[in-house]
Design a binder for this molecule. Structure first.
Ligand SMILES: [Fe+2]
Length: 186
């Protein structure tokens, strides 16, 4: 694992028990950083979405880490309550959550002022598609690529696995309130 990947995901990657999968996930992030117009430190500054207005203060990394942590806690609770009635593969869940938005490193570019925007590549191929492409180049297995492919709106067109549903909802429950939430006066 490279130093810059460790800076981004050191804590969460350790949660993946299967060493081969952990290395594939780390390699996918490293490949994305190599190809990206952004660098690792930008991810602590740029907003996590371009779809929730220009006032968004929550950074890419704050949101991505929140999604991974929420998905993992949700997986544990589902196992506690449902056991064999609704099995959850925790390694697949955590790997998919860490990789869900890796394709944004190809979707986003930044201007001279450091502001991020969707580049031409990203207009053609949003991050669920570019994310799968990056992950497959690093031999990430299909059940994890499925989570990347289906985590966003595009995934509403296909049947999701349990792990993919968890990541999708962890992502959207921490996105939609910013974008569409009811705003009341204080
Ligand atoms: Fe996403």
């Amino acid at each position: 694992m490279t130093e810059r990947v460790k800076k981004l995901w050191g804590e969460e990657l350790e949660w993946i028990e299967n060493q081969e999968l952990r290395e594939q996930v780390a390699a996918t992030w490293e490949l994305a950083l190599q190809k990206s117009k952004l660098d690792a430190m930008d991810l602590f500054n740029i907003p996590f979405t371009l779809l929730a207005g220009t006032d968004m203060q929550v950074s890419f990394m704050s949101h991505k880490r929140a999604v991974v942590h929420i998905a993992r806690e949700s997986g544990f609770k589902i196992i506690d309550f449902f056991g064999d009635d609704l099995p959850v593969n925790m390694d697949v869940l955590i790997a998919g959550a860490i990789l869900a938005d890796v394709g944004k490193l190809l979707e986003y570019e930044k201007d001279a002022d450091g502001k991020s925007y969707q580049g031409n590549y990203g207009k053609y191929l949003r991050h669920p598609f570019s994310g799968v492409s990056l992950a497959e180049q690093c031999n990430v297995p299909a059940e994890v690529c499925h989570i990347i492919a289906t985590h966003a709106g595009e995934g509403d067109m296909v049947k999701r696995t349990t792990e993919a549903y968890i990541v999708h909802h962890a992502d959207f429950m921490t996105f939609l309130p910013f974008k569409n939430g009811l705003k009341t006066s204080k």
